[in-house]
Design a protein around this ligand. Sequence first.
Ligand code: HEC
Ligand code: HEC
Ligand code: HEC
Ligand code: HEC
Ligand code: HEC
Ligand code: HEC
Length: 477
Amino acid sequence: MAPFDLLEKAPLKSYSETVHGRAFTDKGLVSAATCTDCHGSHDLHAPTNLESKIYRNNIPKTCGKCHENVLKTYERSIHGKAAGAGKLETPVCTDCHGEHTIRGAKDPESSVYSTTLSVKTCGHCHAAEKITTKYRLPSDSVKTYLESYHGMANQYGVTTVANCASCHGAHNILPSSDPNSSVNERNLSKTCGKCHPNAGDQLAKGSVHLAPSPTQDRIIYYITAVYLTVIFLTIGGMLLHNGLDFLRKLRLHYLRKKTEATELRFTKVERMQHSILTLTFCVLAYTGFALKWPNAWWAFPFTLGHFNFDWRGVVHRFAAALFTLLALYHIFFLLFTERGRKQLKAFFFRKKDAKDFTQLMKYNLGKIKEKPKFQRYNYIEKMEYWALVWGSVVMIATGILMTFEDFTMRYFPKWILDVALTIHFYEAVLATLAIIVWHFYFTIFDPDHYPMNWSMKTGLITKEEERTDDDLKQNPS
Ligand code: HEC
Ligand code: HEC
Ligand code: HEC
Ligand code: HEC
Ligand code: HEC
Ligand code: HEC
């Protein structure tokens, strides 16, 4: 074949591996397509010849000789109609199925396999600017799909989530405005209902291809804008606050006195709670961000092997359950143990906190010589604690809406889920940055404690670090 520069270098070999070739040789199925069914015999021509059975426009008829029902459906679809009208950029059978690579949809090597279809096959045209502008199609249908929950999970090889064809169909694709389209408003509960059996009739309230902008999917757009502002201001404020602290300590040529930690700060039960919190927080952040960025290098453990089992998601949910149990236990601890009630009391903001803040600012700016005398918990620790409480409430609430998505889809419009996912993501970003900038500063980078404040491990602090909070001091147990 080599001297003739044909498209197929080894047609017999490639054909033998296709579904037709295997059916013919392995199963002895004589009705499966062989060379002559597609190429003809006495009427055999090059694919560029208008008479050829494999000339682009003739392909549906050639395949349809055996796949009659598919052909009938295809001819009624937008692609089929466009092909009938001679539009070249519209797919015929072989654009989606390949030529000498035709395989069944369940075969992982097939071009219509769940994880290949969206990006490679439909995306080949629907992400191509030339085609989308020419036919005035949305240019971001593939991008928005990949950013959706289905798309993100699909990139990890999860085949149970929806791909383009699960919603749009394969051979019966019609514009969503067509009442017969599987993605027409009226048919959505049936289409989504294949996999979300309890989904109600509110799915049309909110788009599936989310593209937030001031004119479309506005609520998501504004929530994103608010969160980005809050993140910028909060983290910026934290950096400023801690930067001043750091500079002041440098200016004092800070030399840390090493003294033995002897005073009890945290009881064993409190340290246990902190350990579980640390563990679950890290696991949740890691597995959560890995869903958002499936192609990031650090997400590689979840892409190893093709188990078709979303173990990233399972680990995330397991850690979330543990986190929630810890939160419930913590509430119990605060309300029903003596020590807990005292701690809770010590966590409330007082007027003194505002004074401490201005005094510490002045001190760090070098305006006064005296550092404020803090209470058992200073405003820095109180802010962190209440931020954690707020963050936990938000993450648990949005997490529950998403874990029980069938319930949510039944009783709420679809956009509620989009809102939950958006908030869940940005709150996680805020929390993670806050931990790094705020918590890690005071426990690790602060020259007072560098390289590490071990009080959450030992439970102890030094005598001079111990701060009074009168009733707590009298009874530290
Ligand atoms: C299911 C239909 C089908 C079957 C079966 C099939 N082919 Fe093809 N073949 C095609 C199509 C479609 C093309 C590509 C046309 C194009 O690229 O435009 C093609 C391309 C080729 C080419 C390259 C043609 C060129 O001009 O570059 C050769 C050679 C070829 N096939 C030989 C074979 C042989 C030999 C067999 C049997 C062992 C076979 N084909 C079986 C559909 C088929
Ligand atoms: C827009 C892309 C696309 C086009 C064009 C297309 N198909 Fe398909 N086809 C698919 C997808 C996707 C599946 C898998 C569907 C599934 O998983 O349920 C499929 C499945 C099939 C199947 C196996 C399942 C079934 O429904 O029996 C056959 C046979 C088939 N196609 C033949 C054809 C023929 C013949 C044509 C041309 C008339 C054609 N296809 C055109 C995308 C396409
Ligand atoms: C001579 C008849 C014939 C022609 C022509 C033919 N096919 Fe097939 N095709 C079959 C048969 C029979 C099977 C079932 C094979 C089996 O059961 O393993 C099949 C299977 C398939 C499958 C896999 C279906 C599944 O459920 O896994 C796809 C996809 C497919 N054909 C696409 C095409 C395309 C695209 C063309 C045109 C390029 C084509 N066929 C031309 C007879 C034909
Ligand atoms: C070979 C390129 C090509 C491939 C592959 C392709 N499409 Fe298309 N598709 C088009 C073109 C071109 C149109 C517009 C046809 C027209 O308007 O006449 C279109 C139209 C559509 C429409 C209707 C859009 C509208 O607003 O009218 C949907 C939905 C669609 N395609 C989904 C899919 C899906 C899902 C797949 C994969 C299973 C797919 N397409 C594969 C080229 C392609
Ligand atoms: C979860 C179901 C679902 C999945 C998966 C999905 N779509 Fe859609 N698609 C829809 C719905 C519903 C609409 C109607 C507009 C909307 O709600 O955003 C739509 C609209 C479209 C449109 C605009 C034309 C029209 O008919 O309104 C195109 C083009 C399109 N989708 C292509 C794709 C492609 C390509 C993929 C895969 C990369 C894909 N879709 C994945 C449900 C889905
Ligand atoms: C092919 C099956 C399938 C189809 C069709 C399908 N989905 Fe899904 N969808 C899934 C699976 C599987 C999940 C993941 C569930 C999980 O991990 O808990 C999911 C998750 C979701 C989520 C995310 C829930 C969360 O945890 O945030 C939303 C929202 C959603 N689907 C909406 C839809 C809508 C709307 C449609 C119809 C336009 C649809 N789905 C069609 C299989 C499907």
